[in-house]
Design a protein around this ligand. Structure first.
Ligand code: CA
Length: 228
């Protein structure tokens, strides 16, 4: 069964999510507090996607996200946010989330997001054996790992997919829509901003000087390019 962690302290919302996940063929693992969520993650190492509410009785959902991500770089994380401030979305993505859904959300929207993430996380088990080397970078598409100058760079699944897309298209300007479609899927409901935030996070991980990027360069008014 495809396990999904559902961290939400409001029982009415949690039940609503759980019922809809079961209907879509998922096996929801429930948690009402941050501590309970972290315990469930330890008990169910096969959880591949986590939905995390932000306002919780015991701790901040961003902190839960940070701790889950620190222990597991492959899991897909979606933040459930009731707030609409852009900053919260950005903070969530910067702490390691892959996506966010703003409440109130429709079951169809939430399921589409989970399906997209689950598909991508699942792909890690069937990738063909290959290695792409560019400059200081070595991308292993079998293990889905990236090394820079021989040192491992820890990437989320989304970040890995972006780097792979760039390395498959060296020197080519990719529009933000190209990146969104290739990495998140054509039926993704979200905004282009998610591309920019992930690129910003990726630059922090791989650039020598993230404020003056030389590997992932900006193509103004269009998108990004992998070239050096
Ligand atoms: Ca809450």
């Amino acid at each position: 069964m495809k396990k999904v962690l559902v961290l939400e302290d409001e029982t009415s919302i949690r039940s609503f999510v759980v019922i809809n996940l079961k209907r879509s063929g998922y096996d929801p693992i429930e948690a009402g507090t941050g501590a309970e969520a972290l315990r469930q993650m330890e008990q169910h190492p096969d959880i591949k996607v986590a939905l995390l509410d932000i306002m919780l009785p015991d701790m901040d959902g961003f902190e839960v996200c940070r701790q889950i991500r620190a222990a597991n770089s492959r899991i897909g994380i979606i933040m459930l946010t009731a707030r609409t401030q852009e900053m919260d979305k950005v903070t969530g993505l910067m702490t390691g989330a892959d996506d966010y859904v703003t409440k109130p959300f429709s079951p169809a929207e939430l399921t589409a997001r989970i399906d997209a993430l689950y598909r991508r996380v699942g792909e890690s088990d069937e990738a063909p054996s290959d290695e792409i080397v560019h400059g200081p970078f070595r991308l292993n598409t079998r293990n889905r790992t990236l090394e820079k100058n021989g040192e491992r760079v820890r990437l989320t699944q989304v970040e890995y997919a972006i780097v792979k897309l760039f390395m498959d298209n060296p020197g080519r300007a990719l529009s933000r829509e190209d990146i969104l479609n290739a990495v998140w899927g054509k039926d993704y409901f979200g905004e282009l901003k998610v591309v920019d935030v992930n690129i910003r996070r990726l630059r922090i991980k791989i650039e020598d000087d993230p404020t003056n990027p030389s590997y992932i360069t900006t193509v103004w008014g269009y998108g990004y390019k992998w070239g050096f």
